[in-house]
Design a protein around this ligand. Structure first.
Ligand code: NAD
Length: 298
């Protein structure tokens, strides 16, 4: 099998990451089947692909895509609430919430449904690929394909081999990433890989400094942008990622490493428990993010 054999791509989970990933594949000519648990979520995902902050309509407005191309791109994306619809996909990416048991359950089912040679990729932010792969027979065809948010814009894909991932699976994943206009960089399998391990410490530290009353939320965001040239501050970045996702990652990182600087501070937990899951435009069902919870003017 080589990268040219991949024509149909399945995506499980149509949330913040899944709909962006679907958009990138469809824009590059792939047939996409996008699966989630409810029609309502899938409708919202399609709406986001078309008219969201990083959607196709923006490209039409900028003259980078014609109306006709946009409509053709939308037609390449089919949606479904059934895993059975994924039985003929050549490449599958999972983008469901950051929870090992959930991911293992889904992959075990997909392992029975999908063709034997379908490559399975997880977009997990940091759960070890080798541990998710224990759910499937096809461990040599299982890999980590870690996209960044917004998937339509960010160019890096962190490609993570599990203990038993084959060279062919690795090469195809690297090649397909390049075909999408992305820059794939390999990292080794460890909790958080490189990128999540690195950024999680910074994000948790920003919350701890806020809790210690060293500076306010808006002030920390502004200082990071002005002092370090960050495109957005840590609180803005958490709102973009999704606060439940940030919390799940921090809990997992702490559980695996027992290093205190990865642990989630209590203020983050409070927001998630109150339904503040991040940017309302991107996160289905969220009441808002840090700025909304604390009623801070932007
Ligand atoms: P999200 O909560 O926005 O979306 C997850 C989607 O999965 C939801 O729409 C949910 O309904 C769906 N889902 C839940 N259970 C399902 C099931 N059994 N079958 C099918 N769909 C199901 O989460 P997200 O931010 O898109 O994150 C998805 C994955 O990508 C996580 O592993 C996360 O760590 C990772 N990731 C997130 C980011 C980010 O910035 N948000 C970046 C890189 C990687």
């Amino acid at each position: 099998m080589n990268v040219e054999d991949i024509k149909i791509v399945g995506i499980v989970g149509a949330g913040v990451m899944g709909n962006g990933i679907a958009q990138v594949f469809a824009r590059n000519g792939y047939e996409v089947i996008l699966v989630d648990i409810s029609e309502k979520i899938l409708e919202k995902a399609l709406e986001n692909i078309k008219t969201g902050p990083y959607g196709l309509k923006k490209l039409v407005e900028k003259g980078k895509m014609s109306e006709e191309e946009m409509e053709n791109c939308m037609k390449r994306i089919k949606t479904s609430t059934s895993y059975e619809s994924l039985k003929n996909v050549d490449f599958l990416i999972e983008a469901v919430p950051e929870n090992l048991d959930l991911k293992r359950r889904i992959f075990a089912e997909l392992d029975r449904i999908c063709k034997k040679d379908t490559i399975f990729a997880s977009n997990t932010s940091g759960i070890m690929i080798s541990s998710i792969a224990t759910a499937v027979e096809r461990k040599e065809r299982f890999i980590g394909m870690h996209w960044f948010n917004p998937a339509q814009v960010m160019r890096l894909i962190e490609v993570v081999r599990g203990a038993l991932t084959s060279e062919e699976t690795f090469q195809i994943t690297m090649e397909i990433s390049k075909k999408l206009g992305k820059i794939p960089i390999p990292a080794n399998d460890a909790p958080g890989f490189f990128t999540t391990r690195f950024i999680n410490s910074w994000l948790m530290e920003a919350i701890r400094l806020y809790e210690a009353n060293v500076a306010g939320i808006k002030e920390i965001d502004e200082m990071c942008k002005l002092a370090f040239g960050f495109p957005m501050g840590p609180f803005e970045l958490m709102d973009l990622i999704g606060l439940d996702t940030v919390l799940h990652i921090a809990e997992y990182m702490f559980e695996e490493t027992k290093e205190a600087h990865y642990a989630p501070p209590v203020t983050l937990k409070k927001l998630v428990l109150s339904g503040y899951l991040g940017d309302k435009r991107l996160k289905f069902g969220s009441k808002g993010g840090w700025y909304d919870f604390f009623q801070i003017k932007r």
